[in-house]
Design a binder for this molecule. Structure first.
Ligand SMILES: [Zn+2]
Length: 325
């Protein structure tokens, strides 16, 4: 509604009506139109910022879901890589050593992963996050190659193992005491707090706690090379030579069940758990030595346990607690 406007005329001392020309009216109208337009544009922009179109909203949701799945897949890939690395390590340092297979050079294990040129065609498809996708492809390819090499290595070891029955009967492969609930493994190999000196020292074996008089068994076939009573240190202890560079030691016994020079088979009774020598509780301190150097006995427990039980033993042995001797 057009309003009638007045002005004060100082000459006539009266309010006079303002007369608008057609031009004035046109300009007023244009001003109104542009203000409305500007207002509408501002509203549209604000709407666009705050609210997505249904299509945009759907794409965003889809993106979010894809990102979620991508993260899960990435995590799975890195978990698998870790597991494979663990298998490779055991293979290289234990199985291939025991069965005297030639070491596998690292370049072969890594499968000669090539440059990124093989993934170049992915780049032309205008994909966003190309690097992410290419890296994932590379990781999966690398895993496939390493798995292939690992399988071949197991095949080789299997053939060697079939020809080495005597070796298999000799090397340490069981726990020195019966340990059905696995709770007897009290302390593992590695740096542990010494129970008497109270400082961290290399614990050169595994401690299995058990009541006095519990039978101790030979963990592999061989010859008893030492049956000795020390008043400190290992106390009453037995050493078996298994050949192939392997020896095992069983310490803090209460009594012996073998004599020096005797031949034993895996599982034969060799003595009883005690608390002799530098020991704080009845247990057997068990060592495996390869070429006279103590190695982690946890790597020599293959027989009679399931993978899940082995996993639990690994966990128990890795706890950095105080050893019993
Ligand atoms: Zn110990």
């Amino acid at each position: 509604m057009a309003k009638i406007k007045y002005y004060y005329d100082t000459e006539t001392c009266r309010y006079e009506q303002i007369k608008l020309t057609k031009w004035d009216k046109f300009l007023n109208f244009m001003g109104f139109v542009s203000a409305s337009l500007a207002f509408a544009i501002v509203l549209m922009i604000l709407f666009g910022v705050w609210f997505d179109s249904p299509k945009e909203a759907m794409l965003k949701k889809e993106n979010k879901e894809l990102k979620y799945h991508y993260d899960i897949l990435s995590e799975k890939i890195s978990n698998t890589t870790e597991m494979l690395a663990y298998l490779e390590e055991r293979d290289a340092n234990i199985y291939r050593v025991i069965y005297e297979a030639e070491p596998l050079p690292n370049e072969i294990r890594q499968g000669g992963i090539g440059g990124s040129y093989r993934y170049a065609d992915l780049l032309d498809k205008g994909m966003e996050k190309e690097e992410l996708i290419i890296d994932t492809y590379k990781e999966i390819d690398e895993l496939k190659k390493r798995l292939y090499v690992q399988t071949k290595s197991y095949d080789e070891i299997l053939t060697l193992a079939r020809n080495k029955e005597k070796l298999w009967a000799s090397i340490p492969a069981i726990q020195p005491v019966s340990n059905s609930d696995l709770k007897r493994l009290a302390s593992g190999f590695g740096y542990r707090i010494h129970p008497i000196h109270k400082i961290k020292r290399l614990h050169t074996g595994c401690d299995f706690s058990a009541p006095k008089g519990t039978p101790i068994y030979a963990t592999g076939g061989g010859k008893v090379v030492k049956v000795k009573t020390d008043f400190s240190g290992y106390g009453k202890h037995v050493i078996i030579d298994h050949g192939y560079g392997y020896k095992t030691l069983y310490a803090h016994m209460q009594d012996f069940a073998v004599k020096r020079g005797e031949k034993v088979k895996r599982g034969d009774l060799i003595g009883y758990v005690g608390n002799t020598g530098s020991s704080t509780a009845p247990h057997v301190h068990y060592e495996v030595r390869k070429n006279d150097r103590p190695v982690n006995p946890i790597n020599y427990l293959y027989q009679g346990i399931t993978p899940a039980e082995y996993e639990e033993l690994l966990r128990l042995a890795s706890i950095e607690n105080q050893s019993l001797s």
